[in-house]
Design a protein around this ligand. Structure first.
Ligand code: PMP
Length: 405
């Protein structure tokens, strides 16, 4: 049974007020609030378990190492990876993509080669490829989209040339809410023997992830967008490919043997985890996954789809908003503009009425250029939101309209 009151009471921050008003938190695509179990896990670690892992020879070190590695196994199971060592811990999606872009391009991309991304990527799935490709004099190509914010997949086979080395695409656009047909993209790319990296930052919290079923080659996501702490992220990579890639960072733990003349590297996953890792982040991520699985992804998807449909229909009925991103397959992220009111002005008034939304380009400037707009107002939902909160959003939008005439 999905008990919304019980769920809301799991999140301390949802109980607070801002400007003397009840907080309505609709900025979940930026980051999600944390349930008490995750907060408790961090406290337990620092009050009972804190030590560095892997290198210690004492009780606490062994205990913390085991908890950290259990976290890896929990993630493996959560996304249905084949092997535990295919799970690498990073700081977040941004670092995950930087890691793969850097190492993959170093290993597999040469002058004149191409990396294919899409028109709706977050900056963190654009700039790392640009940085890496610049060094190799390789080129970035882009899968275009239509005005609804849907990728033009009929163009994909023509964009994949004998120079394309990898396709990197988002599962869900954080700025448009578009859900991309990943399986189809991956299948077409694989027909051309080209690997695919998926930016799963926006999809993992909302729908079950199954990397083996998807058959993606790399999959990146962030803990903080899925109710876990900040500063923890994941790269999933197929074993064979990860084994081929050079390390991203050098330092402790990623080596087998070091001399001044030559260093040999550790095996997976340690080859890609230089230095002291974010132990507390992994433990918090473990708790967050347990929490999500307890609620159940069927319940999460149902609640979020209900909220999205409720809000989207209300938006469509208004003649004072322009929706940015009207893809047929759409997640709980709604981007819009009100009349000719600047998104920052709309956002500021909503904020003072207790409604937290995000305004701006959402780290996706090419999308804003495509629509020739400065930015959008974005409301994004979690299963802990309610229809009453969405009603309040619309009351607040009426106030914006009144104030701007
Ligand atoms: N990709 C997408 C689609 C995102 O929404 C975000 C976060 N807004 C990122 C990548 C980057 O995630 P992080 O800031 O957690 O590294």
């Amino acid at each position: 049974m999905f008990d919304i009151q019980k769920i809301r009471s799991d999140f301390p921050l949802l109980q607070r007020t801002v400007y003397g008003k009840k907080l309505i938190y609709l900025d979940n695509a930026a980051t999600t609030q944390k349930p008490q179990v995750v907060i408790n896990r961090l406290q337990q670690y620092y009050t009972q378990e804190n030590t560095n892992i892997h290198r210690g020879a004492h009780f606490l070190a062994n205990e913390a190492t085991e908890a950290y590695e259990n976290g890896r196994e929990r993630v493996r199971k959560f996304i249905n990876a084949q092997h535990k060592h295919e799970i690498l811990f990073t700081r977040g999606t941004t670092e995950s993509i930087n890691l793969i872009a850097h190492s993959f391009v170093q290993r597999f991309v040469n002058e004149g080669d191409e990396v294919l991304i899409s028109a709706m990527e977050h900056h963190s799935n654009i700039v790392p490829w640009q940085l890496a490709c610049e060094i190799k004099h390789a080129t970035i190509k882009v899968i275009p989209m239509n005005q609804n914010g849907e990728l033009l997949l009929d163009q994909l086979p023509h964009l994949l040339t004998d120079k394309t080395r990898i396709v990197a695409v988002t599962a869900i656009s954080n700025a448009l809410g578009t859900v991309n047909p990943l399986k189809k993209i991956i299948q077409i790319a694989h027909e051309h023997h080209i690997p695919v990296l998926v930016d799963g930052a926006q999809s993992v919290p909302h729908a079950r992830t199954n990397v083996q079923d998807l058959d993606c080659d790399f999959f990146c996501f962030s803990g903080h967008k899925m109710y876990a702490p900040m500063g923890i992220g994941v790269v999933y990579g197929k074993e064979a490919l990860l084994n081929e890639l050079p390390p991203y960072q050098g330092g402790g733990e990623m080596v087998k043997h070091v001399t001044f003349a030559k260093t040999t590297y550790n095996e997976l996953p340690f080859k890609f985890e230089a230095g002291t890792p974010n132990v507390e982040g992994v433990l918090g991520l473990h708790s967050a996954i347990d929490y999500l699985e307890d609620i159940g992804f069927e319940n999460i998807e149902k609640q979020e789809t209900d909220l999205f449909q409720y809000a989207f229909q209300k938006f469509q009925q208004r003649n004072d908003v322009r929706l940015i991103g009207t893809a047929a397959h759409h997640a709980g992220v709604i981007s819009f503009l009100m009349n000719d009111i600047h998104p920052y002005d709309t956002g500021t008034i909503l904020d003072h009425l207790g409604v937290a939304v995000r305004t701006g380009h959402h780290c996706a400037q090419p999308i804003m250029d495509f629509y020739e707009i400065p930015g959008t107002v974005r409301a994004s939902f979690s299963f802990y939101n309610t229809k009453e909160e969405i009603d309040q959003l619309f009351v607040a939008l009426d106030r914006v309209r009144q104030m701007f005439g």
